[in-house]
Design a protein. Sequence first.
Lengths: 149, 493
Amino acid sequence: MVECDFPECTTFGSVIRFALELEKGAAGVYEELSKEPNAAAAASTFTALAIAHKKRGELLEFTRQQKLNEMILEPIQDMKREHYLIDTKTPKGADIKAAAKFAAKIEETSSKFYLDSAMIAKNLMAEAARIMDKLGKESLANKAKLEAL
Amino acid sequence: MALLSEVKRDYGKLKNYVNGEWIDSTSDKVIDIENPSTGEIIGKVPMSSADETKAAIEAAHEAWWAWRETPPITRARVFFKLKELIEQHFENVARIMVQEQGKTIDEARGETRRTIENVEVAAGIPSLMMGYNLEDGAAEGIDEDAVISPLGVFGAICPFNFPAMIPYWFWPYAVSAGNTYIIKPSSQVPITQNYLTKLVEQAGFPPGVLNIVNGSHEVSDTLMEHPKVKGISFVGSTPVAKYIYKHSAEFGKRVQAQGGAKNSLVVMPDCVLDRTVSNMLASYYGCAGQRCLAGANLVAIGDIAEPLLKKWVEASKKIKMGYGLDESVNMGPVVSAKAKKKVIEYIDSAEQEGAKILLDGRKAVVPGYEKGHFVGPTVIDKVTPDMKVAKEEIFGPVVTYLRMDSMDEALDFIHSSPFGNAASIYTSSGKSAREFRYKCQCGNIGINVGIVAAMAYFPFAGYKDSFFGDLHGQGQDAIKFFTDRKVVITRWF
């Protein structure tokens, strides 16, 4: 299990922190699934997704450093942390179907988080919103890929 | 939510940076640097003497000519290096600011970004300080040129509210233009500038080009009075800005002195209410109300007054206070116990004058941070233009709510203030917006924007008692302030 520390989403910084925790959690889950003997046939897919989620984390770090502007710091009051929590306790001995189903749930939650964040960020910071939107759509595509396994 | 880690718990006694060396002050006067969220002492700052300041001025003067002769493109390269170093140390710079000033990590990250933007703009110096010429400008066969030249040593006397950014409104422009510089950081928040100056040192600026002298009025007075200092930049309260302006001028200096503010945000009945409320929250409560661009008076026009007030109080109640190293915190403390006392006295005065406290932040306590200087979001209704809280700068998270019948009445009220820093209007009418920006006598105007913070390539403006001088910080104004125009008329026989 990957330990994640999901904050309340009340500021731009805490939304990004939440997103970083999501990415850390997802990458950790995929790394564990890639080592699962019963799902060995999908190991390369899981490894690729682990790498992709780490890269998403780097993009988010970059966004936090480059896009945050002193004048756009409106409090965020409409995002409930509990709606976006993910389970990172990887099922032991899972076969491909079970592993993919578990991971797809994470991607579904991630996509909801990012698309909701994008809607809120749209009014605050259009560039950050575009990145959130992109990540949300990527998660949806990942989900579809996993469901096809 | 776990706190982000502090860069250091204790920064020890700070040194001055003079002529490329970190020097212990010889002064035995030191003051504590307090973390306003925790009440802990995180360092000590020396109150340097006049002699130490004079030594820094001499070092800057000594370094000037060689730096002035360094081609602008070479000077610019050192700024590119500095930009890279600040990017690498971005998070540390931001976290130190949270520790010593009390702002939230998002606010500190935003300030760090704005600091870097000033370096980026100043790195464009080869284009920014080009002169101009006219063939046959004087007469046939006689050409005329205006050359932009640096002047020598400049100094800045800096405030506590933006420990990183405000010195960078000035010194990168001065130094990239070929001058040398002395910064006196605020003695309440000197650590950030100390850290940034270590990056300046690594970037490769020659010794004496940038110097830091910690201290108080003895340092300031020496900078203002010394014959080798050509100009002074200042940001702070209006009484001090006035003094700096007068005193420096007596000694023949150029001066740009930014003073206090009492900014009004005017909300029209045709505003987009939800977006307006959300945007204004950052203006009134951001940096705990300690921005010179912070909203102070909230002026509701006509029928919007009741629905706006209801939403405003609801939203204000949700502001989460705490130590800014918790990323979910919306608002930190004010900078000191003294600042908190002053804010509370203003709220008391409003009550005594008959205003109604709808949301009272005077007794705010953040569990785990009982020694912090927290003042909660405060909303004062039934404020009238003659009340002290409507006229004077409070510099805390206090919203004084006024009701008026028209934009013209609001403009009359804004113009009755001695300050002219910023004002905003919230409306969906282009006509109202146009009229407001045209008529309003303030230096920074917001249209559906509550914090009118000019980007690095625009001047940070200000009218009336909010600014003394004629050329502002940042952008082309800064280049003009730190240079002079030399006219050359040429005829070849």
